[in-house]
Design a protein around this ligand. Sequence first.
Ligand SMILES: Nc1ncnc2c1ncn2[C@@H]1O[C@H](COP(=O)(O)OP(=O)(O)O)[C@@H](O)[C@H]1O
Ligand SMILES: [Mg+2]
Length: 230
Amino acid sequence: MSSTILELKNASIYQRESLILSEVNVSINKGEFVYLIGKTGTGKSSFMKTLYGDLPLNHGSGHIVNVDLRKLKEKQIPQLRRKLGVVFQDFKLLNDRTIKDNLWFVLKATGWKNKQEMEQKIDEVLEKVGMRTKNFKFPYQLSGGEQQRVAIARALLNDPELILADEPTGNLDPQTSIEVMEVLQQINKNGNTILMATHDYALLLKYPSKTLKCDGQKVFEVVQKTQKQV
Ligand SMILES: Nc1ncnc2c1ncn2[C@@H]1O[C@H](COP(=O)(O)OP(=O)(O)O)[C@@H](O)[C@H]1O
Ligand SMILES: [Mg+2]
């Protein structure tokens, strides 16, 4: 059984007047782990931004987590973001507060009220990324890999239907990238759907999965030449 969590049909994506991607036909099913690859400047981030409502979709059609991107109004964007977990290259943690308070802040901002439930949820997501024992630390006291794991935990707070990760390993060294990938793989095994933009081909070889590529203003699925190592 498969259910579609994201579908774009004949979509074009613009940055102001410049066409970045055209005739985009993409669909992602619940439970998949999908890469979005392509050289710098080929439109990966523009694609991601369209999905989380940062760029409007004015051409073609698009549905994500049951939201119609063509009909998306400004005031519905927070609601859309709550159904998505977004992870960025630069972590975007608040440096003036602890890990726990970073997560607390997001829960408050998304309407959580019950303190015991909030504590529980924070413990639960930090446990998933192996950071529970460091919840008292400040972001600057953590390594890049640890900060990114916290950012992934933050993305999990509202049980997102889909996680969008835009170059989550882009600021990390190869060994730390693997550490973060292991976390994403584990989360995917537990049922989360993930779309991850990257230009790190080493990760693709190590963790083969469905791959979309941005090239020449198009997005197409690439057939993996490498086989899973046993
Ligand atoms: N805010 C913006 N305004 C205008 N053009 C932009 C903006 N952001 C990106 N672009 C352009 O869109 C193209 C695709 O960029 P981007 O989506 O960031 O690619 P990638 O993430 O693959 O590196 C590039 O040519 C870039 O210069
Ligand atoms: Mg980018």
